[in-house]
Design a binder for this molecule. Structure first.
Ligand code: ADP
Ligand code: ZN
Length: 731
């Protein structure tokens, strides 16, 4: 039986809230009734909470006891498609619905009445006396057409103090108006400033536009080396969606969300798109959430959680740098935004475009099997060609201790500096040194809460645990044997590498880019913009610099330790190393000059490094796919991680052993259980962690089997259990 879409006053409805309950609760529809999907405020005990009308109530209790919905909120109701998305995403990741709803309502003050703010526009009158500052204010209006600004926006754009604006208001040259705070976003024009595309780009763009015009679900892997113009190409699909009056979403790894990117989109479409990420203010978040729901935001540029925005007419989702592992959320709801983007698009009859220079093996395989269309962009845009890749065999290099830059790399850097070009030294290790040890007793300073060494951060003047973020002062005496002056650091982090660089390249301007060295994302972005303009000769950076930023003067990349990411016991170690090395070396020579990438390594004959050096990408993926197929590992088999944590190590193991023994539900689908084993990081924040790994054949109902397996499990006390479907990391 089809449920009704509309419920009359006092009809019993089920309301899903974000409270951790195991089901939706029954309420009576408010005066005037309500639609399914309506956002409502309901009483829960003594509190008022927000929820969504999910369907007809279950009843089965004394109806006179049912409480009423307090009111329907002034926001667009949740669409059927979104409810289906939350439900499917929840059952895929084995996440309870209240947690799913929380993801979909991550905007503050949704229940507040619309608030007002003052907006400034151009007035009729001319100012009595024209000053430079006044002129700048008026010019802002000319530059931006008929737009209104908040006082802060106007003052910032014009570079004036608020008093200048107040003076102009008094004279009628600027008008002050009260308007609702949540303003629609300015209109984007699909044909504002299209770029002339190369033949290859035009071909790919046409394919994407054709798909978009179908108005149906389609999935494409857009594969092209860094700088080949993937962004230009997918912006054409965005243009086509805008033209059709559909909304578009571009997902980027958080770190790649830059002012540079926003400006580029603005240039193409003539106005700013909506932004959604951790750096956006609460007010702006709410505005975006509401306007997306009302169809008043045509394009959103966002981090992974933007997938859960209430799009009204979603026509396109782009996942840029689709291989990036930050798309996998590693706490709370363990979802992979790349996979969920495909799900969301299919439910919305929308187009999904996955873009990458180094796709993940899953996407690569889907493109091979025809599940995704493969569009390939070969050459780089303009003159630039792929950097020349060279290995520096560190076994042949005798470096004095506490030095990490080989003579070959040193000479190459010096040559760049002499020519006024930039060099990047890449080391994916934050801080000064990864290990601090006592030369007397051998003690290595570790985190008290975690199984991890404390990393010295000289810039912050503290030791830091990279697992839990705990910091403490750098001690003068050994915490174990209490000897004085015996502590020594071992190995390099970016800060220490910067020290070596300063010694070797005297007079060079060195900039270190590491996430912990900047107070805010904005400060970091400003610094990156300055560097791109040429404010540094040498850039020293962690993986932060590997993504998306454009440094036109950069012609040399030196990878200090190419073996670092190969060391993990991780299924994806090879794939990740390949992606990272490819990505970093792709930073070199983006403009007219050919770049060089030098990879320092102790194992130049390692198959992954050989594939990188030879540029035989297809060969790498083929080999990697063969290996995974042979061992029935993803994407040719399925994995789920079970993470049990407890204050008490024994208790965690006992539960793990119990689960491993009682696994009939898993056997029924041909799945195996491995473990329990201590997790690679066996203690985090004082909690012991034990892992089980479930391995199942492809195309089996893994989630259902896991649910049956764990059903009725009573977790005593502070024991926690989390299920990670398709785990990306195994820590
Ligand atoms: P990718 O996303 O593949 O790394 P981009 O789209 O960022 O590549 O392009 C790299 C650079 O080349 C950018 O600065 C971009 O503006 C420029 N570019 C690419 N294609 C064109 C084009 N057809 N016309 C003008 N500039 C282009
Ligand atoms: Zn710790």
């Amino acid at each position: 039986m089809q449920e009704p879409d509309y419920f009359d006053e006092d009809a019993l409805v089920a309301v899903l809230t974000t409270q951790p309950l195991d089901r939706a609760l029954d309420y009576k529809a408010p005066p005037g009734g309500c639609f399914r999907g309506a956002f409502v405020e309901v009483p829960l005990g003594p509190r008022k909470v927000i929820g969504v009308v999910w369907g007809a109530g279950k009843g089965g209790f004394d109806l006179s006891k049912a409480r009423s919905i307090i009111r329907v909120l002034d926001v667009a109701p949740m669409r059927e498609e979104m409810r289906a998305f939350l439900q499917k995403c929840g059952s895929y990741t084995l996440t309870p619905m209240p947690s799913m709803l929380r993801l979909a309502t991550r905007a503050p003050g949704l229940s507040n009445p619309p608030s007002m703010q003052k907006i400034y526009r151009r007035g009729e009158a001319a100012p009595e006396r024209m000053t430079d500052a006044r002129q700048r204010v008026l010019r802002v209006f000319d530059d931006y057409g008929g737009l209104g600004f908040t006082q802060k926006e106007l003052a910032d754009h014009a570079g004036v103090t608020p008093s200048v604006i107040k003076g102009l208001v008094k004279q009628g040259a600027v008008l002050e108006e009260d308007t609702p705070r949540d303003l629609p976003f300015p209109h984007l024009r699909h044909d504002h400033a299209p770029k002339a595309l190369t033949d290859a780009q035009a071909q790919a763009a046409k394919a994407l536009r054709d798909d978009q015009r179908e108005g149906a679900y389609s999935a494409t892997l857009l594969w092209g080396i860094t700088g080949s113009g993937k962004t230009e190409v997918y912006l054409e699909a965005v243009a086509e969606a805008l033209k059709a009056g559909r909304q578009a979403l571009v997902l980027l790894p958080e770190i790649a969300l830059s002012a540079e990117f926003m400006a580029r989109v603005e240039e193409r479409f003539g106005a700013r798109a909506a932004e959604w990420h951790s750096g956006v203010t609460m007010t702006e978040r709410r505005r975006t959430w509401k306007m997306v729901g009302e169809g008043q935001a045509q394009l959103v540029i966002g981090a992974r959680s933007a997938l859960f925005l209430p799009f009204q007419n979603l026509g396109l989702v782009v996942v840029d740098e689709e291989h990036d592992n930050s798309y996998k959320q590693e706490d709370g709801v363990l979802y992979n935004a790349r996979d969920m983007a495909v799900l969301r698009a299919s439910l919305a009859s929308a187009q999904v475009v996955l873009a990458s220079a180094t796709p993940c093996l899953e996407s690569w395989t889907n493109a091979q099997s025809g599940k995704y269309r493969l569009l390939e962009l070969g050459a780089r845009y303009g003159e630039a060609v792929l950097p020349e890749l060279r290995a520096v065999d560190m076994r042949q290099v005798k470096l004095p201790s506490n030095r990490w830059i080989s003579p070959q790399l040193e000479a190459a850097v010096k040559a760049r500096i002499a020519r006024g070009e930039q060099a990047l030294l890449f080391l994916n290790r934050r801080g000064y040194a990864p290990v601090t040890l006592c030369r007397k007793c051998g003690e290595q300073i570790a985190c008290a809460q975690c199984d991890a060494r404390m990393v010295e951060h000289r810039f912050l003047n503290r030791l830091m645990c990279h697992q839990c973020g705990e910091t403490r002062p750098i001690p003068d005496v050994c915490p174990s044997c209490e000897a004085e002056g015996t502590l020594a650091v071992v190995g390099p982090g970016v800060e220490r590498l910067a020290e070596e660089a300063a010694e070797r390249f005297e007079g060079a301007r060195i900039a270190t880019l590491s996430s912990d060295m900047f107070g805010s994302a904005r400060a970091l972005k400003a610094q990156i913009a300055e560097i791109a303009e040429g404010a540094a000769d040498i850039i020293i950076g962690t993986q932060l610099v590997a993504k998306g930023h454009n440094f036109p003067k950069l012609t040399l990349v030196g990878v200090i330790d190419s073996d670092l990411s190969l060391q993990g016991s991780d299924l994806r170690a090879a794939e990740r190393t390949f992606q990272q090395m490819r990505q970093v070396s792709g930073r070199a020579g983006r403009a007219e000059k050919r770049g060089v990438a030098m990879l320092q390594t102790y194992q130049p004959e390692h198959p992954v490094l050989r594939a990188i050096l030879s540029g035989e990408e297809r060969q790498f993926w083929r080999a990697e796919a063969d290996e995974r197929r042979a061992s029935a590992m993803p994407p040719f088999g399925r994995l789920a991680g079970i993470i049990i944590s407890s204050d008490d190590e024994r208790e965690a193991f006992d539960l793990g052993e119990y689960l491993a023994r009682n696994n009939n539900a898993l056997q029924a689908i041909g799945a195996q259980v491995f473990g329990p084993a201590p997790a690679p990081v066996a203690r985090v924040r004082g909690r012991h962690r034990v892992r089980l790994l479930v391995k199942a054949p492809k195309d089996t109902p893994l989630q259902g089997a896991i649910q049956t397996w764990l059903k009725g499990l009573k977790l005593p006390g502070q024991l926690r259990l989390a299920v990670d479907i398709d785990p990306q990391s195994f820590y």
